[in-house]
Design a protein around this ligand. Structure first.
Ligand code: FES
Ligand SMILES: [Fe+2]
Length: 401
Protein backbone atom coordinates (compact mmCIF):
# COMPACT_ATOMS: atom_id res chain seq x y z
CA UNK A 1 0.00 0.00 0.00
CA UNK A 2 1.22 3.47 -0.80
CA UNK A 3 1.51 5.24 2.51
CA UNK A 4 1.07 8.60 0.80
CA UNK A 5 -2.55 7.71 0.13
CA UNK A 6 -3.47 7.49 3.77
CA UNK A 7 -5.86 10.15 4.88
CA UNK A 8 -7.99 9.01 7.77
CA UNK A 9 -5.74 8.57 10.75
CA UNK A 10 -3.50 5.85 9.45
CA UNK A 11 0.19 5.49 10.11
CA UNK A 12 2.10 7.75 7.78
CA UNK A 13 -0.54 10.41 7.20
CA UNK A 14 -0.03 11.98 10.60
CA UNK A 15 3.54 12.84 9.94
CA UNK A 16 6.72 11.60 11.46
CA UNK A 17 5.39 10.69 14.91
CA UNK A 18 3.62 7.36 14.68
CA UNK A 19 0.11 7.57 16.17
CA UNK A 20 0.89 4.46 18.15
CA UNK A 21 3.12 6.63 20.40
CA UNK A 22 -0.05 8.05 21.92
CA UNK A 23 -0.71 4.67 23.51
CA UNK A 24 2.77 3.23 23.61
CA UNK A 25 2.25 1.07 26.75
CA UNK A 26 -0.56 -0.68 24.91
CA UNK A 27 1.73 -1.45 21.99
CA UNK A 28 4.20 -2.94 24.45
CA UNK A 29 1.57 -5.13 26.12
CA UNK A 30 1.90 -8.09 23.76
CA UNK A 31 1.73 -10.43 26.77
CA UNK A 32 -1.19 -8.59 28.33
CA UNK A 33 -1.59 -6.41 31.39
CA UNK A 34 -0.47 -7.77 34.72
CA UNK A 35 -1.85 -7.44 38.22
CA UNK A 36 -5.35 -8.17 37.06
CA UNK A 37 -8.07 -10.79 37.47
CA UNK A 38 -8.51 -13.22 34.59
CA UNK A 39 -10.87 -16.19 34.21
CA UNK A 40 -9.02 -19.51 34.38
CA UNK A 41 -11.68 -22.23 34.21
CA UNK A 42 -15.41 -22.66 34.67
CA UNK A 43 -16.07 -24.08 38.12
CA UNK A 44 -17.53 -27.20 36.54
CA UNK A 45 -14.21 -27.86 34.81
CA UNK A 46 -12.39 -28.46 38.10
CA UNK A 47 -13.88 -31.34 40.07
CA UNK A 48 -13.11 -31.99 43.73
CA UNK A 49 -9.50 -33.14 44.10
CA UNK A 50 -8.75 -32.55 40.42
CA UNK A 51 -5.63 -30.73 39.20
CA UNK A 52 -5.56 -28.74 35.97
CA UNK A 53 -2.94 -26.54 34.39
CA UNK A 54 -3.69 -23.23 32.67
CA UNK A 55 -1.52 -20.55 31.09
CA UNK A 56 -2.47 -16.88 31.47
CA UNK A 57 -0.26 -14.08 30.18
CA UNK A 58 2.68 -16.48 30.21
CA UNK A 59 2.07 -17.58 33.82
CA UNK A 60 1.78 -21.35 34.06
CA UNK A 61 -0.55 -22.13 36.90
CA UNK A 62 -1.79 -25.40 38.42
CA UNK A 63 -5.25 -25.36 39.98
CA UNK A 64 -6.33 -27.90 42.56
CA UNK A 65 -9.73 -28.06 44.23
CA UNK A 66 -9.72 -29.50 47.72
CA UNK A 67 -12.73 -29.51 50.05
CA UNK A 68 -14.43 -27.22 47.56
CA UNK A 69 -11.74 -24.54 47.67
CA UNK A 70 -9.53 -23.82 44.67
CA UNK A 71 -5.78 -23.31 45.11
CA UNK A 72 -3.53 -21.84 42.43
CA UNK A 73 0.20 -22.52 42.45
CA UNK A 74 3.06 -22.11 40.02
CA UNK A 75 3.00 -24.98 37.55
CA UNK A 76 6.75 -25.33 37.15
CA UNK A 77 8.67 -27.51 39.55
CA UNK A 78 11.66 -25.73 41.09
CA UNK A 79 13.79 -28.84 40.66
CA UNK A 80 13.96 -29.47 36.91
CA UNK A 81 11.17 -27.31 35.62
CA UNK A 82 8.49 -29.77 34.53
CA UNK A 83 4.84 -28.78 34.70
CA UNK A 84 3.31 -30.61 37.62
CA UNK A 85 -0.14 -30.62 36.05
CA UNK A 86 1.12 -32.95 33.30
CA UNK A 87 0.77 -35.90 35.69
CA UNK A 88 -0.84 -34.68 38.86
CA UNK A 89 0.28 -36.33 42.09
CA UNK A 90 -1.22 -35.34 45.41
CA UNK A 91 -0.62 -37.36 48.57
CA UNK A 92 -2.16 -34.97 51.12
CA UNK A 93 -4.94 -32.39 51.06
CA UNK A 94 -2.61 -29.44 51.47
CA UNK A 95 0.23 -30.29 49.09
CA UNK A 96 1.01 -31.01 45.48
CA UNK A 97 3.85 -33.36 44.55
CA UNK A 98 5.86 -33.20 41.37
CA UNK A 99 5.44 -36.48 39.51
CA UNK A 100 9.11 -36.67 38.53
CA UNK A 101 11.31 -36.81 41.67
CA UNK A 102 8.71 -35.88 44.23
CA UNK A 103 9.35 -32.26 45.23
CA UNK A 104 6.27 -31.61 47.37
CA UNK A 105 4.94 -28.07 47.86
CA UNK A 106 2.41 -26.58 50.25
CA UNK A 107 -0.63 -25.40 48.31
CA UNK A 108 -1.10 -22.33 50.50
CA UNK A 109 2.46 -21.03 50.63
CA UNK A 110 4.34 -22.87 47.87
CA UNK A 111 7.06 -23.93 50.34
CA UNK A 112 8.93 -27.17 49.68
CA UNK A 113 7.63 -29.52 52.40
CA UNK A 114 9.50 -32.69 51.45
CA UNK A 115 11.08 -34.54 48.54
CA UNK A 116 9.86 -38.08 47.96
CA UNK A 117 13.30 -39.29 46.92
CA UNK A 118 15.25 -37.21 49.48
CA UNK A 119 13.32 -36.77 52.76
CA UNK A 120 16.30 -35.29 54.64
CA UNK A 121 17.28 -32.86 51.96
CA UNK A 122 18.57 -29.47 53.19
CA UNK A 123 16.48 -27.70 50.56
CA UNK A 124 13.30 -28.65 52.42
CA UNK A 125 11.69 -25.54 53.94
CA UNK A 126 14.03 -23.23 52.02
CA UNK A 127 12.83 -23.47 48.44
CA UNK A 128 9.49 -22.10 47.39
CA UNK A 129 7.35 -21.63 44.30
CA UNK A 130 4.76 -18.92 44.05
CA UNK A 131 1.03 -19.07 44.62
CA UNK A 132 -1.78 -16.91 43.19
CA UNK A 133 -4.94 -15.34 44.68
CA UNK A 134 -8.13 -17.11 43.57
CA UNK A 135 -11.78 -16.02 43.55
CA UNK A 136 -14.57 -18.28 42.46
CA UNK A 137 -17.73 -16.38 41.52
CA UNK A 138 -20.66 -16.94 39.18
CA UNK A 139 -19.40 -20.38 38.24
CA UNK A 140 -16.02 -19.07 37.10
CA UNK A 141 -12.61 -19.49 38.73
CA UNK A 142 -10.68 -16.20 38.51
CA UNK A 143 -6.96 -15.85 39.20
CA UNK A 144 -5.09 -12.66 40.00
CA UNK A 145 -2.14 -12.80 37.62
CA UNK A 146 0.90 -10.60 37.94
CA UNK A 147 3.55 -9.71 40.48
CA UNK A 148 3.46 -11.70 43.68
CA UNK A 149 4.36 -8.53 45.60
CA UNK A 150 1.27 -6.74 44.28
CA UNK A 151 -0.77 -7.37 47.40
CA UNK A 152 -3.44 -7.26 48.46
CA UNK A 153 -5.10 -7.90 45.15
CA UNK A 154 -7.86 -5.41 44.31
CA UNK A 155 -11.39 -6.76 44.51
CA UNK A 156 -12.55 -8.88 41.59
CA UNK A 157 -15.32 -6.35 40.88
CA UNK A 158 -12.67 -3.79 39.90
CA UNK A 159 -11.81 -5.96 36.90
CA UNK A 160 -15.38 -6.65 35.82
CA UNK A 161 -17.84 -4.41 33.98
CA UNK A 162 -19.18 -1.40 35.82
CA UNK A 163 -22.67 -1.77 37.25
CA UNK A 164 -25.17 -0.13 34.91
CA UNK A 165 -27.43 1.99 37.09
CA UNK A 166 -28.58 4.88 34.89
CA UNK A 167 -30.52 2.74 32.50
CA UNK A 168 -34.25 2.14 32.27
CA UNK A 169 -33.74 -1.55 31.70
CA UNK A 170 -30.37 -2.59 33.13
CA UNK A 171 -29.03 -6.06 32.44
CA UNK A 172 -27.99 -8.26 35.34
CA UNK A 173 -24.39 -7.94 36.55
CA UNK A 174 -22.39 -11.14 36.68
CA UNK A 175 -21.95 -10.78 40.46
CA UNK A 176 -25.69 -10.36 41.09
CA UNK A 177 -27.74 -13.02 42.81
CA UNK A 178 -30.41 -14.89 40.90
CA UNK A 179 -28.62 -15.05 37.60
CA UNK A 180 -28.10 -17.77 35.03
CA UNK A 181 -24.48 -17.71 33.85
CA UNK A 182 -23.17 -20.03 31.19
CA UNK A 183 -20.75 -20.01 28.29
CA UNK A 184 -17.77 -21.47 26.53
CA UNK A 185 -14.09 -20.73 26.20
CA UNK A 186 -11.71 -21.65 23.43
CA UNK A 187 -8.19 -20.96 22.20
CA UNK A 188 -7.80 -18.38 19.46
CA UNK A 189 -4.60 -18.03 17.44
CA UNK A 190 -4.25 -14.28 17.72
CA UNK A 191 -2.84 -11.75 20.12
CA UNK A 192 -5.31 -10.80 22.86
CA UNK A 193 -5.50 -7.15 21.70
CA UNK A 194 -6.88 -8.19 18.32
CA UNK A 195 -9.58 -10.00 20.29
CA UNK A 196 -10.56 -6.98 22.38
CA UNK A 197 -10.54 -4.61 19.43
CA UNK A 198 -12.65 -6.95 17.34
CA UNK A 199 -15.15 -7.29 20.19
CA UNK A 200 -16.43 -3.71 20.09
CA UNK A 201 -15.31 -2.66 16.59
CA UNK A 202 -18.13 -0.36 15.35
CA UNK A 203 -17.17 -0.98 11.72
CA UNK A 204 -17.00 -4.76 11.52
CA UNK A 205 -20.65 -5.63 11.04
CA UNK A 206 -19.96 -6.85 7.52
CA UNK A 207 -18.66 -10.13 8.95
CA UNK A 208 -22.01 -10.55 10.71
CA UNK A 209 -24.14 -9.38 7.79
CA UNK A 210 -25.30 -12.85 6.76
CA UNK A 211 -25.13 -14.65 10.10
CA UNK A 212 -27.84 -17.04 11.25
CA UNK A 213 -28.92 -14.90 14.19
CA UNK A 214 -29.59 -11.92 11.91
CA UNK A 215 -31.80 -14.02 9.67
CA UNK A 216 -33.49 -15.81 12.56
CA UNK A 217 -34.39 -12.63 14.45
CA UNK A 218 -34.99 -10.32 11.46
CA UNK A 219 -32.69 -7.82 13.11
CA UNK A 220 -31.64 -4.64 11.38
CA UNK A 221 -28.10 -4.30 12.61
CA UNK A 222 -26.76 -1.71 10.25
CA UNK A 223 -23.53 -1.83 8.26
CA UNK A 224 -21.61 0.43 10.59
CA UNK A 225 -21.78 3.15 13.23
CA UNK A 226 -19.95 6.46 13.22
CA UNK A 227 -19.61 8.54 16.41
CA UNK A 228 -21.07 12.00 15.74
CA UNK A 229 -21.33 13.60 19.18
CA UNK A 230 -18.87 14.34 21.97
CA UNK A 231 -20.53 11.88 24.29
CA UNK A 232 -20.63 8.98 21.84
CA UNK A 233 -17.86 7.30 23.80
CA UNK A 234 -17.90 7.54 27.58
CA UNK A 235 -14.77 6.89 29.62
CA UNK A 236 -15.38 4.73 32.70
CA UNK A 237 -13.06 5.64 35.57
CA UNK A 238 -14.52 4.42 38.84
CA UNK A 239 -12.42 5.12 41.93
CA UNK A 240 -10.89 1.75 42.91
CA UNK A 241 -13.26 0.23 40.39
CA UNK A 242 -13.60 -0.64 36.72
CA UNK A 243 -11.76 1.36 34.06
CA UNK A 244 -12.82 1.29 30.46
CA UNK A 245 -15.10 2.87 27.90
CA UNK A 246 -18.65 2.57 26.71
CA UNK A 247 -19.96 3.05 23.18
CA UNK A 248 -23.19 4.96 23.83
CA UNK A 249 -25.00 3.45 20.87
CA UNK A 250 -28.08 5.53 20.22
CA UNK A 251 -29.36 7.63 17.36
CA UNK A 252 -28.20 10.92 18.88
CA UNK A 253 -24.58 9.94 19.47
CA UNK A 254 -24.02 7.74 16.45
CA UNK A 255 -24.86 7.79 12.80
CA UNK A 256 -25.84 4.31 11.69
CA UNK A 257 -25.31 3.31 8.11
CA UNK A 258 -28.06 1.09 6.78
CA UNK A 259 -26.91 1.02 3.21
CA UNK A 260 -23.95 1.71 1.02
CA UNK A 261 -25.13 3.17 -2.26
CA UNK A 262 -21.73 2.93 -3.93
CA UNK A 263 -22.03 -0.83 -4.11
CA UNK A 264 -25.79 -1.17 -3.75
CA UNK A 265 -25.63 -2.92 -0.41
CA UNK A 266 -28.21 -2.79 2.36
CA UNK A 267 -28.46 -3.99 5.92
CA UNK A 268 -30.65 -7.02 6.26
CA UNK A 269 -33.59 -7.41 8.59
CA UNK A 270 -36.39 -5.09 9.62
CA UNK A 271 -36.32 -4.74 13.40
CA UNK A 272 -33.97 -1.99 14.61
CA UNK A 273 -31.46 -3.32 17.12
CA UNK A 274 -28.65 -1.57 18.99
CA UNK A 275 -26.54 -3.56 21.43
CA UNK A 276 -24.42 -1.22 23.53
CA UNK A 277 -20.84 -2.38 23.96
CA UNK A 278 -18.32 -1.53 26.67
CA UNK A 279 -14.77 -2.63 27.17
CA UNK A 280 -12.84 -2.74 30.44
CA UNK A 281 -9.35 -3.37 31.74
CA UNK A 282 -7.60 -5.77 31.63
CA UNK A 283 -9.44 -6.66 28.37
CA UNK A 284 -13.06 -7.73 28.58
CA UNK A 285 -16.22 -6.83 26.78
CA UNK A 286 -19.81 -6.32 27.84
CA UNK A 287 -22.57 -6.39 25.23
CA UNK A 288 -25.89 -5.42 26.80
CA UNK A 289 -29.21 -6.86 25.68
CA UNK A 290 -27.58 -9.47 23.54
CA UNK A 291 -28.31 -12.08 22.19
CA UNK A 292 -31.82 -10.97 23.20
CA UNK A 293 -33.11 -8.12 25.37
CA UNK A 294 -32.53 -8.73 29.06
CA UNK A 295 -29.37 -10.80 28.57
CA UNK A 296 -25.76 -9.70 28.45
CA UNK A 297 -22.70 -11.21 26.83
CA UNK A 298 -19.38 -10.98 28.60
CA UNK A 299 -16.20 -11.74 26.72
CA UNK A 300 -12.68 -12.08 28.04
CA UNK A 301 -9.65 -12.27 25.79
CA UNK A 302 -7.22 -13.71 28.32
CA UNK A 303 -3.71 -13.70 26.90
CA UNK A 304 -2.11 -17.13 26.82
CA UNK A 305 1.14 -15.84 25.41
CA UNK A 306 1.92 -13.09 22.88
CA UNK A 307 0.33 -14.97 20.00
CA UNK A 308 -2.75 -16.66 21.42
CA UNK A 309 -5.62 -15.84 23.71
CA UNK A 310 -8.29 -17.78 25.51
CA UNK A 311 -11.61 -16.45 24.27
CA UNK A 312 -14.34 -16.53 26.91
CA UNK A 313 -17.94 -16.06 25.83
CA UNK A 314 -20.27 -15.94 28.81
CA UNK A 315 -23.97 -15.10 28.89
CA UNK A 316 -25.65 -13.63 31.93
CA UNK A 317 -29.41 -13.55 32.36
CA UNK A 318 -31.84 -13.33 35.24
CA UNK A 319 -33.37 -16.47 36.70
CA UNK A 320 -34.65 -16.64 40.24
CA UNK A 321 -36.49 -19.96 40.37
CA UNK A 322 -36.31 -23.41 38.82
CA UNK A 323 -38.79 -22.67 36.07
CA UNK A 324 -36.83 -19.59 34.97
CA UNK A 325 -33.58 -21.53 35.09
CA UNK A 326 -35.06 -24.28 32.91
CA UNK A 327 -36.23 -21.66 30.43
CA UNK A 328 -32.78 -20.04 30.43
CA UNK A 329 -31.19 -23.41 29.86
CA UNK A 330 -33.48 -24.10 26.94
CA UNK A 331 -32.70 -20.73 25.36
CA UNK A 332 -29.00 -21.28 25.90
CA UNK A 333 -28.92 -24.76 24.36
CA UNK A 334 -31.31 -24.18 21.49
CA UNK A 335 -30.46 -20.60 20.54
CA UNK A 336 -27.69 -18.73 22.33
CA UNK A 337 -24.84 -21.18 22.03
CA UNK A 338 -25.39 -22.37 18.44
CA UNK A 339 -26.41 -19.02 16.92
CA UNK A 340 -24.60 -16.44 19.05
CA UNK A 341 -21.57 -17.98 20.75
CA UNK A 342 -20.79 -20.29 17.83
CA UNK A 343 -22.04 -19.11 14.43
CA UNK A 344 -21.98 -15.36 15.12
CA UNK A 345 -18.74 -15.28 17.11
CA UNK A 346 -17.02 -17.82 14.87
CA UNK A 347 -16.80 -14.97 12.39
CA UNK A 348 -15.03 -12.83 14.99
CA UNK A 349 -12.55 -15.61 15.66
CA UNK A 350 -11.90 -15.92 11.93
CA UNK A 351 -11.21 -12.18 11.69
CA UNK A 352 -8.80 -12.09 14.64
CA UNK A 353 -6.80 -15.04 13.37
CA UNK A 354 -6.69 -13.45 9.92
CA UNK A 355 -5.18 -10.27 11.42
CA UNK A 356 -2.48 -12.00 13.43
CA UNK A 357 0.22 -12.25 10.78
CA UNK A 358 -0.05 -8.56 9.90
CA UNK A 359 0.35 -7.44 13.51
CA UNK A 360 2.94 -10.05 14.42
CA UNK A 361 5.21 -10.00 11.39
CA UNK A 362 4.41 -6.93 9.32
CA UNK A 363 4.55 -4.06 11.80
CA UNK A 364 0.75 -3.88 11.85
CA UNK A 365 0.57 -1.48 14.81
CA UNK A 366 2.30 1.13 12.66
CA UNK A 367 1.29 -0.04 9.19
CA UNK A 368 -2.48 -0.15 9.78
CA UNK A 369 -4.61 2.53 8.08
CA UNK A 370 -7.39 3.36 10.48
CA UNK A 371 -10.57 5.10 9.30
CA UNK A 372 -13.26 7.22 10.93
CA UNK A 373 -15.08 4.55 12.94
CA UNK A 374 -11.77 3.36 14.39
CA UNK A 375 -11.91 6.27 16.80
CA UNK A 376 -13.43 3.86 19.29
CA UNK A 377 -10.39 1.62 18.95
CA UNK A 378 -8.04 4.56 19.50
CA UNK A 379 -9.94 5.60 22.62
CA UNK A 380 -9.71 2.07 24.01
CA UNK A 381 -5.97 1.92 23.35
CA UNK A 382 -5.47 5.19 25.22
CA UNK A 383 -7.67 4.11 28.11
CA UNK A 384 -5.79 0.81 28.35
CA UNK A 385 -2.42 2.58 28.16
CA UNK A 386 -3.43 4.94 30.95
CA UNK A 387 -5.21 2.73 33.46
CA UNK A 388 -3.41 -0.62 33.41
CA UNK A 389 -1.63 -1.87 36.54
CA UNK A 390 1.49 -2.91 34.67
CA UNK A 391 2.63 -4.52 31.45
CA UNK A 392 3.22 -8.24 31.59
CA UNK A 393 6.83 -9.15 30.86
CA UNK A 394 7.54 -12.26 28.74
CA UNK A 395 8.18 -15.28 31.02
CA UNK A 396 11.90 -15.36 30.28
CA UNK A 397 12.28 -11.82 31.62
CA UNK A 398 10.26 -12.24 34.79
CA UNK A 399 12.46 -12.32 37.84
CA UNK A 400 12.86 -15.74 39.32
CA UNK A 401 11.48 -16.52 42.75
S1 FES B 1 11.45 -32.11 38.20
FE1 FES B 1 10.02 -31.96 39.77
S2 FES B 1 10.86 -33.19 41.32
FE2 FES B 1 12.34 -33.25 39.77
FE1 LIG C 1 -18.31 -9.29 16.07
Amino acid sequence: MNSGDRTAGGGAARGSIAPSRQYQPYIEAAWGFKNAWYPALFSAELAENAVRGVTIAGHEIALRRIKGRVHAIQDRCAHRGVRMSLRPRCFTDDTITCWYHGFTYGLDDGVLKTIVASPEDPLIGKVRIRTYPVEERAGIIFIFVGDEEYAPAPPLAADLPVRIADDANPVAHILDDNTYVRGVHRRVESNWRLGVENGFDPGHLLIHWDNQIVAATDRRMGLGALPISEDAIKIIDEPNGPKGMMNMYNLRAYKFFMENAAIGMKARGKKPYYARTSVFLPGLLLVEHWPIPGWAQYEWYAPIDDKRHEYWEVLVGRASNDAERREAEYLYDAFFEPLALKDFNDNDVFAREAMQDFYESRDGWNAETLCAFDEATIVWRKVAARFNRGIQEPPARRTAR
